[in-house]
Design a protein around this ligand. Structure first.
Ligand code: SF4
Length: 114
């Protein structure tokens, strides 16, 4: 059985392109632009179209990793969230809100100044 779900690109561009996601038997098979969106009007770029490939890539990270002595080690989601919270709070306390910016890079959030 196939269905089409309305969604939006997760890559954090300012226009946040609207998407139509085709799901067949529980698996995403296609992503296209949503022509009903008043700004993007059905447009998505190749990075947006590649969501399907990234989602099912064997190289996709599925768990948080923490770098220690040059090596990445898997940690729990709870540990990752606690660590990010602590470092964000420390940065806010020491340097103020202007010291933090976020980038969404291929489903990875990077916090500056941590
Ligand atoms: S589809 Fe492309 S242009 Fe649109 S939000 Fe995603 S990455 Fe940005």
């Amino acid at each position: 059985m196939s269905k089409i779900i309305k969604s939006a690109c997760a890559l954090d561009c300012f226009d946040a392109c609207a998407m139509l996601v085709t799901v067949e038997e529980g698996k995403v098979t296609k992503v296209t632009g949503d022509p009903d969106h008043p700004i993007t009007k059905g447009y998505i770029c190749n990075k947006g179209r590649a969501h399907v490939d990234r989602m099912y890539s064997v190289d996709r990270l599925l768990y948080p990793l923490k770098k220690n002595n040059g090596r990445f080690n898997e940690i729990s989601w709870e540990e990752a969230i606690d660590l990010i919270t602590q470092k964000l709070q420390l940065t806010l306390n020491q340097k103020g809100p202007q010291s933090i910016s976020t980038y969404l890079i291929m489903d990875t959030v990077v916090f500056q100044n941590l």
